[in-house]
Design a protein around this ligand. Sequence first.
Ligand code: ZN
Length: 191
Amino acid sequence: MSVLEIRRVGDPVLRERAHALSPDELADPEVQRLIDDMIETMRAAGGAGLAANQVGSLRRIAVVEVSHNPRYPYKPPIPLTVIVNPRIEPLDDEELLINEGCLSVPDLRGDVPRRLTVRVHHLDREGRRQTLTARGLTAGTFQHEVDHLDGVLFLDRVRDPRSFSTWAEFERHGRQAFLRRVAPYTAGAAE
Ligand code: ZN
């Protein structure tokens, strides 16, 4: 396994739509190696998730994992999940304003409205159909990754540009209010 280079905002590959994989394509050892490398790259960078576009591949694959993440200590844990050909189904009309960052957008965070509760339809890495239901910050993480596969960055969804901040300024000025706002959805996480 190897840690791959993470593409940064301005790289056109982040603005392209990733292509769905057939079962045969998914079973290809090269694609299985890409998935392993994406997991290793996400862990090495301390990300909560990583989409294939972010390592320069236009395959519709993302990986998500949260366990005691130092970048996002307030996020509830998410077991390692590989989502292939994912589709997001919102389960209600409620929104949650989530302060997000992105490995492809260094040192910037901003408030993004996300659907509060979603169902994610996807294949696992063996090609089996799966669905998972996510709520709150976890739902936001899955929406962020599926956005990448559609060429969308969190920057595009920030409704109030005044919410942009560096990571250090977020710690200093934004974190407390944000944690109060999302308190019902951070159970199980360290603050
Ligand atoms: Zn991202």
